[in-house]
Design a binder for this molecule. Structure first.
Ligand code: PEP
Ligand code: MN
Length: 352
């Protein structure tokens, strides 16, 4: 099936005013908005909104119409576009996502206790991480699994932020909790399962917080970008995209890291691209290789799960790195990042 798209209608040269008015009236009848650009001998009418393929065909036959040119991309704000600079998102002090440095976000999947979070924050900072991750509200597949510490977890996150000096990223799942989570988070995470939760996208779009939008495991590139467009059209331009693995026929790994998504999103949009090797593979022993590959592929940052004792983790232990393994990953990551001119510069929320 053909996709919907926006079109530009070129009127026949020297068309009388009445023809142009009729074209505009027909556009309005469709529930769309005409935007007229009047030349000396010709007129073009831009159609604002998405037109169905039927409407496009009808307009081609419409009196006074010379041509109908589809503009294929249904996203406007996220599109790279000629001369549009790449978006740089300043999170805190020196932490810029999409800038010269590669940004390493690391921490536990889930905040389990004060000690677990603070020890992990200190360890990832020592190893050179730039942002601390940790979930307080968890999207678990089973209602019987640990669901997260909710606001208690956010309080620990606040403490870990102050102690480590690292800005923090945490997930928000419910539009009704966006305000609460925004009080603690430097970056709001929209998880894969909520990539097409449009009320949530609208709600985070109304905040002034940077948003990391994870790709739905079953979302195409265009669907994922359209979700970013939702956030941006609600007023928040500070969106970064996160590839976290998609569903394929492969079942050795939890998901399949779509490495291609990194250059694809870079080409189609001006937004920073992060990737998540942990959820992509679901196995700790693959996380280092995938991280190095993602850096080499041109990503702006990575999101890696780290736990003091992965074998005791309440969530995602099999994909979590020990402090030692994370430190080993960081040494290799720093070398690859240097080789592709994206040095990893540790940064902090306050001069510590
Ligand atoms: C997470 O980052 O902890 C998480 C739940 O990820 P995803 O939404 O990609 O599954
Ligand atoms: Mn996880």
């Amino acid at each position: 099936m053909e996709k919907e798209s926006t079109v530009i209608i070129v009127a026949k040269a020297d068309s009388p005013q009445s023809d142009i008015d009729a074209i505009e009236e027909r556009i309005r009848l469709e529930g769309l908005k005409p935007h007229r650009i009047q030349g000396e001998h010709s007129t073009i009418v831009g159609v604002i909104g998405s037109c169905s393929p039927d409407f496009r065909e009808q307009m081609e036959m419409f009196h006074g119409v010379e041509r109908v040119i589809p503009i294929d991309k249904p996203y406007k704000l996220a599109a790279r576009g000629e001369g549009r600079p790449s978006t740089k998102i300043t999170v805190a002090n020196d932490t810029v996502i999409g800038g010269e440095s590669f940004v390493m976000m690391a921490g536990p999947c889930t905040i389990e206790s004060r000690e677990q979070l603070i020890s992990t924050a200190e360890a990832v900072k020592r190893a050179g991480a730039t942002v601390l991750r940790g979930g307080a509200y968890k999207p678990r597949s089973s209602p019987y699994s640990f669901q997260g510490l909710a606001e208690t977890g956010l309080n620990y996150l606040e403490e870990a932020r102050i102690i480590s000096g690292l800005p923090v990223i945490t997930e928000v799942m419910d539009p009704g909790l966006v305000e609460t989570v925004s009080r603690y988070a430097d970056i709001l995470q929209v998880g894969a399962r909520n990539c097409q939760n449009f009320p949530l996208l609208n709600a985070v779009g109304q905040t002034d917080k940077p948003v990391m939008l994870k790709r739905g495991a079953g979302c195409t590139t265009e669907e994922w970008i359209m979700s970013a467009e939702y956030i941006m059209s609600a007023g928040n331009a500070r969106v970064m995209m996160c590839e976290r693995g998609i569903r394929t026929l492969e079942d050795y790994t939890r998901n399949t890291l779509d490495l291609s998504a990194i250059p694809v999103i870079k080409r189609l949009t001006h937004l920073p691209v992060i990737f998540d090797p942990s959820h992509s593979c679901g196995r700790w022993h693959m996380v280092k290789s995938l991280t190095l590959a993602g850096i080499a592929a041109g990503a702006d940052g990575a999101l890696v799960e780290v736990h003091p004792a992965p074998n005791l983790a309440l969530c995602d232990g099999p994909q979590s790195l020990t402090f030692e393994n994370f430190s080993d990953l960081m040494e290799a990551a720093a070398r690859v990042a240097e080789a592709v001119d994206r040095p990893i510069k540790p940064a902090a929320i306050a001069a510590a």
